[in-house]
Design a protein. Structure first.
Length: 527
């Protein structure tokens, strides 16, 4: 894999050019890995889910949360200086940049008619996100199956929150937070329920009440549910985006740190992500990928690739050791490693046409726990990726129909065949519109061999590089899947086009439906 070698080593990835200033991406990456030393009198969160301790800061317009209470923070070169009028971030004592501190929101001073402080119902995350763990319990909290990084039961033990928040309480908290603090979105989460999936009904009821009261964008987080109807229920309730967090795609790390998720198996996550993308749309589904659980770094980027191809935003973030959790004494990964991961993940996101800015709600939209959005590259005008929804597949097949049946008349009625059922259908997308397609599929009975075909670009789009981009993405797609031989039967007229892309002809020209064709082989060494 292209990212298996050449890991950046600390400090180059986070060190600015001589005389240059650190960018927000580098500052956030360092602070989330090393922590921020803050005088204890300044407060900050010390329990709960999400960023369960730390300070929410704004640097160069980017909101993020930095750990400030974990043991590893004591050795950080970063400190917060509030001695003057403008708070400053200092690194090894030297001023780096001004910083804004996000203070407690005004709705924290409000209560329900029954006297329950709204702060016990929901918290401000980031600058404009209202977050609540609607069921502050998990079937696996007591016992060996608890996730090692989770702190869901801690704030309940200290009386900071309620075990269960009602839809009415949440609707009130959301309305007050919207009115008093300009909250723009809501994140709802729940621990694993008994029976599995029972938490979905409560999430849906809470989402419906909040939507009716505020109209705010809502994000729900949950384990892969047992029934397809569960995710439809959330959609019907007004949920806009969802997070189905596998946490790690390294099987050993997942089994060690999240045994319940490991027990569910990757196939359950794949099925849930697929259905969620169909329901909520590409870029509106996300999964946490935690760096620092002892995984192979390659598994993080392979995970980013897998998720991005499906239209799931890979929310890559450093481990956040929560005081009181099983990993309280752990350290996040070094900032140089995180910077290297973010840079590679940014390329994957750009190639898949995904961006945090597209997300309507949730952790991707909030972004406070990760620097990934700050590392994102400018959107590409033309992107190629597998069809992620039934609508994208229909658009691809319609282009093929237009080219091979209506325009060229190579086949009558339809060009679809059995290979379409097992093929990966790549689409080229320009400005949100699908303009071309190609399919690749494994050759039956020939391990390692893949076949490409049905390359078609819509009329009027053939001078913009979509065809070449599709062929190049097809080669990368099969190479990532361990392909050792990739061939395609191409119309003879297209021979020079494929040769320019590094393909070589094999054997003699032959006829298909009266059209001369040539077998060609891709150069997989330069995928
Ligand atoms: S990224 Fe998610 S968990 Fe982190 S502060 Fe934002 S909403 Fe909360």
């Amino acid at each position: 894999m292209p990212w298996a070698s050449g890991w950046p080593s600390w400090p180059p990835a986070c060190t600015p050019a001589k005389g240059g200033a650190l960018r927000a991406a580098e500052i956030i990456t360092e602070l989330q890995s090393l922590g921020l030393r803050v005088e204890s009198s300044l407060g900050g969160r010390r329990g709960g889910a999400g960023p369960a301790e730390g300070h929410t800061l704004v640097v160069q317009g980017r909101v993020f949360n930095a750990p400030s209470a974990s043991p590893f923070v004591a050795g950080s070169p970063w400190s917060l200086d509030q001695s003057g009028g403008q708070p400053l971030l200092r690194r090894e004592g030297r001023a780096v940049c001004p910083v804004e501190l996000v203070g407690p929101p005004r709705f924290y001073g409000q209560a329900t008619p029954q006297g329950v402080p709204l702060k016990q119902i929901a918290l401000l995350h980031g600058r404009d996100c209202l977050a609540s763990t609607v069921l502050q319990s998990c079937a696996f909290w007591e016992g060996p199956m608890r996730c090692s990084f989770c702190g869901i039961g801690l704030s309940l033990e200290t009386g900071q929150t309620l075990a269960q928040k009602t839809p009415e309480q949440l609707a009130l908290a959301a309305r007050r937070a919207q009115e008093l603090d300009a909250v723009a979105q809501v994140v709802l989460t729940a621990g694993g329920g008994v029976p599995a999936g029972s938490e979905i009904r409560h999430l849906a009821a809470c989402a419906a009440a909040i939507k009716a009261a505020t109209g705010l964008a809502i994000h729900a987080q949950y384990l892969p549910p047992p029934f397809e109807r569960d995710q439809e229920r959330l959609k019907d309730a007004g949920v806009d985006t969802v997070g189905i967090h596998i946490e790690s795609l390294d099987p050993a790390a997942l089994a060690r740190h999240a045994p319940v998720k490991a027990g569910l198996g990757l196939d359950r996550f794949l099925a849930a992500w697929r259905q969620a993308v169909e329901l909520f749309g590409p870029g509106q589904v996300s999964s946490f990928l935690i760096a620092g659980l002892g995984e192979e770094p390659e598994s993080l980027l392979a995970g980013c690739q897998l998720l991005a191809e499906m239209g799931v935003y890979p929310f890559l973030l450093p481990l956040r050791p929560i005081p009181g959790s099983l990993l309280a004494e752990a350290r996040p990964p070094e900032p140089g490693l995180m910077a290297g991961l973010y840079q590679e993940a940014a390329k994957i996101l750009q190639a898949a046409g995904l961006s945090a800015a597209q997300s309507k709600a949730g952790c991707v939209r909030c972004g406070a726990c990760s620097a990934i959005a700050a590392w994102e590259l400018a959107p590409a005008e033309l992107v190629c990726h597998p069809a992620r929804t039934a609508a994208e597949l229909r658009a691809a097949l319609a282009i093929r129909q237009e080219v091979f049946v209506a325009e060229q008349g190579i086949v009558e009625h339809t060009d679809q065949d059995q290979a379409d059922e097992t093929a990966i259908h790549l689409v080229a997308r320009r400005g949100g519109q699908i303009v071309g397609t190609v399919r690749v599929f494994p050759r039956a009975g020939r391990p390692g061999e893949w076949v490409g075909g049905r390359l078609a670009v819509a009329a009027g789009q053939r001078r913009g590089g979509a065809g070449a981009a599709l062929v190049q993405e097809a080669v990368r797609t099969v190479a990532r899947r361990g392909c050792t031989r990739f061939t395609a039967t191409v119309q003879q007229a297209n021979l020079p086009f494929f040769q320019r892309l590094g393909w070589t002809a094999e054997g003699e020209v032959f006829d298909i439906h009266g059209w001369p064709h040539q077998l060609m082989k891709a150069d997989l060494d330069h995928a």
